[in-house]
Design a protein around this ligand. Structure first.
Ligand SMILES: Cc1ncc(C[n+]2csc(CCOP(=O)(O)OP(=O)(O)O)c2C)c(N)n1
Ligand SMILES: [Mg+2]
Length: 764
């Protein structure tokens, strides 16, 4: 890189570094004294023209350079505008891209159909990608997002995001590194689509692009994505993901040890390392090009280490001058890539000083005008509007889709013939019928995939998925590596490419260590993209307590709270096989029709339960519902409909427990007892709960989860808000503790005797 021939800013010790960075550019151009570059023979060279390389041997031509420079300037002036208009409450976000504008090269060298998951410093990338489609305006689109206007085409005013539907930029929330697993998932999905005959919405040779900072590269979620990418490539499976690490040497105020990123990534096998100078367009362009071409042609995970810097602090609220030495700030500001771009432009005679300053000021004007216009546009002013894209639900369409049964031939093939169709079999228990229901939905949706730990040949820890691998082959039913974050990242990737993923989490306790993939990412996509992007999925989780043979907390976790408070997530829990089948059909339909992210909780302790009252009675086995039958979202199951003396609200393991307790209570108290299986735990059907509470003389809420923040609290709230708070009520609920091993587990979980005791108390 050519040294900047100007000791910048030595006079500028001011507090407002944005103003100083701004001034630096103007002064740099005004005071530039270099010569327009001479050709080797001493003749003054003409400026390179369009199509001619800007430097001998460079991959970048004159037009390309001018456009990249313009993109850099747009990005810079959006940052400068944000600093000024933030204090006037006209824009609401000041984390900028200054120093990172070289990422525009990555956009120029890729296609607008290469799905991109971007770092928050992607102003240059976006401005450049906007060129790829005619009629788009990078300034107006961005300022509308800065201003949180309802007209923001990316998020509809819900967040300042880099995002665009036509440009395949899927908006990101600002949890660092959380987007890497789904970027890898998208890359894997691009390749897998062909193998299952699924038509991609983008060209077959697309790559997934994912950018992030140097500090973020250390995050567990980033590391698992690098590892999974390498794990994939090691097996010679394609994973065309371009990881772009924008290394500015710092994360907020913590410096990355010098050389760490190179040292950490240069030698990783199966993650191919490339370096590019993001501070210098002339130097960096060919380097970026090599990385992009490598990724596209070899289909291997590629790590592009892009040198950047960070000027103007982490955000507008970061007054670096308070915690960094002025000498350090001078040095950082002197490495500003826009000064280098100005130098190239002047040296090559692509712009005169006046032209460059004119362009600079015209871009400033454009960004301010855009922001002022955005400020006049409407904001989100009603709660309904804010929430509209979060959890779309079109009941009639979902019902029609769930009941659709036009796949008889594929179904016959999946089950192995007419005689083996599950509805022709005698009543069976939960584990068998979940397996049958999965055969059914996978036959119905050729774009569905089932994956997780041990799910393939073994059929899962509880053999629930047994037979699916044989029926649908390795391309659709497969084992992943052991990492829940990646399982859920893959799910998002497949969904992004139009497939219908059914990821399995082996135990509920292991959902929690990957929960952010659902909480921060999958469930937020429709919200932050104004429902332009959807990542539908049905996540199966083996759940809850009461296992007799396999004890301890981590196999008996009963915390549903962590799922219930994720906005938009649908949570269903079936306590019997026929309900599992009809519920799964509806969950798949919710995913397909409305793009919903769904969780299906499978009570492990009921998997093999066949009897209800006495050993051998076979009363917890049910006939398999033939296709055409489905369960409405929110619809519970009521046992003993017209009994009013006592109503027990419950779900999961609580259902057979309540039915058994009801028998004892009926004979002891002489009451008629109704049992209500909620089946849907999120959203809770408040109206249904209130309707069931209406004629109840007494109520028991039986919740196998924990006392604090469990489902039971929601049920009681619905009863009270429904106007039935004066009905005598008792709650039978798990303790606020982890579940111990062996018999002690039953001390912390509610049992049949507790329900009977609660009824006695209500009688007293
Ligand atoms: C999971 C998570 N932890 C912490 C943060 C807060 N945070 C936001 S940006 C940042 C530093 C990121 O640094 P780097 O990855 O180098 O990116 P840069 O801002 O330097 O471009 C931190 C700690 C976050 N957004 N997400
Ligand atoms: Mg950084």
């Amino acid at each position: 890189m050519t040294a900047i021939p100007f000791a910048l800013s030595a006079r500028h010790k001011g507090f407002n570094r944005a103003e100083i960075v701004d001034q630096n550019f103007t002064e740099f151009v005004q005071l530039w004294q270099g010569d327009v570059r001479s050709a080797p023979d001493g003749d003054r060279r003409e400026s390179p023209r369009d199509g001619q390389p800007v430097l001998p041997g460079s991959a970048l031509d004159a037009r390309g350079f001018r456009e990249l420079l313009e993109s850099q300037l747009i990005s810079r002036h959006l940052d400068l505008m944000a600093r000024v208009l933030r204090v006037q409450n006209k824009v609401f976000y000041t984390i900028g891209s200054s120093g990172h504008e070289g990422n525009a090269m990555v956009a120029r060298l890729t296609r607008h159909t290469d799905p991109a998951f971007l770092h928050y410093r992607s102003g240059g990338f976006m401005a450049e990608r906007f060129r790829k489609l005619p009629g788009m305006d990078p300034v107006m689109d961005s300022t509308l997002s800065f201003a949180a206007s309802k007209d923001d085409p990316a998020s509809g005013g819900r967040h300042k995001v880099w995002g665009s539907k036509p440009l395949w930029v899927l908006p990101q929330t600002s949890t660092i590194a959380s987007h890497l697993p789904k970027a890898l998932g998208t890359a894997v999905a691009i390749e897998q689509a062909r193998r299952i005959g699924h038509a991609l919405p983008i060209p077959d040779d697309s790559i997934a692009i994912c950018s992030f900072g140097d500090a973020s590269s250390n995050h567990a979620t980033a590391q698992t994505a690098f590892n999974a990418a390498a794990w994939t490539a090691y097996q010679k499976l394609p994973a065309p993901v371009l990881f772009v690490c924008e290394d500015n040497g710092i994360g907020i105020s913590v410096k990355t040890p010098t050389g760490w990123v190179a040292s950490n990534f240069q030698q990783r096998s199966n993650l191919d390392y490339f370096y590019a100078d993001g501070l210098d367009l002339a130097e960096g362009y060919a380097q970026v090009q090599r990385a992009v071409e490598h990724c596209r042609t070899t289909r291997r995970p590629t790590f592009l280490h892009l040198r950047t810097t960070r000027v103007m602090g982490h955000a507008g609220t970061d007054f670096e001058i308070e915690w960094r030495s002025i000498e350090e700030l001078f040095a950082v500001e002197a490495s500003d890539p826009l000064l280098r771009s100005a130098e190239i432009a002047l040296e090559l005679g692509l712009y005169s000083k006046e032209e460059l300053l004119e362009l600079y000021e015209a871009t400033r004007k454009r960004c301010f005008a855009g922001a002022e216009e955005a400020d006049r546009r409407p904001k989100l002013e009603r709660l309904d509007d804010v929430m509209a894209p979060l959890a779309p639900y079109t009941p009639a369409k979902v019902k029609a889709e769930a009941e659709r049964a036009d796949y008889a031939e594929r179904r016959l093939a999946a089950f192995g013939g007419e005689a083996k169709l599950p509805e022709s079999q005698p009543p069976r228990h939960l584990a068998i019928q979940i397996g049958q229901a999965l055969h059914d939905v996978m036959a119905k949706y050729p774009e569905s995939l089932l994956f997780g730990e041990d799910v393939a040949q073994k059929g899962g820890v509880y053999t629930v998925t047994k037979g699916l691998h044989k029926a649908f082959r390795n391309t659709r039913v497969f084992n992943t590596l052991l990492d829940e974050t990646i399982i859920l990242g893959l799910a998002q990737g497949y969904a992004n490419m139009g497939m219908l993923p059914i990821p399995e989490i082996q135990y509920l306790a292991y959902f929690h260590n990957a929960g952010d993939q659902i909480r921060g990412e999958a469930s937020s996509l429709q919200f932050f993209s104004n429902d332009q992007y959807r990542n539908p999925m049905v996540m199966r989780i083996a759940s809850l307590g009461y296992q007799r043979g396999f004890g301890g907390h981590f196999h008996n976790d009963n915390s549903i709270t962590a799922l219930r408070d994720i906005p938009g997530l649908v949570v269903g829990c079936a306590s019997r096989g026929d309900d599992a089948a009809t519920m799964l059909r509806t969950l798949m339909a919710l995913a397909r029709v409305d793009g919903r992210v769904c969780a299906f909780l499978e009570p492990i302790a009921l998997y093999m339960t066949k009897d209800l009252y006495e050993a051998g009675d076979g009363q917890w086995q049910f006939a398999y519902p033939a296709p055409g039958e489905a369960m409405t979202l929110g619809e519970g199951r009521v046992y003993n409909d017209d009994a009013n003396d006592l109503v027990i609200f419950t779900f999961g393991n609580g259902v057979p427990m309540a039915l058994r307790a009801a028998r004892t209570i009926e004979s002891g108290q002489g009451w008629k007892v109704r049992v209500v299986d909620l089946r849907w735990l999120a959203p809770l059907n408040d109206a249904f709960i209130a309707a069931q509470a209406k004629n109840a003389r007494r109520i028991i809420v039986l919740d196998e989860g924990r006392k604090s923040a469990g489902v039971g609290e929601g049920v009681i709230t619905a009863i009270v808000e429904g106007g039935f708070g004066s009905t005598p009520l008792a709650r039978v609920v798990g303790a606020d503790t982890f579940t111990p091993l062996a018999g002690a587990a039953f001390l912390v979980l509610p049992g049949e005797a507790d329900v009977v005791a609660a009824a006695k108390k209500l009688a007293g």
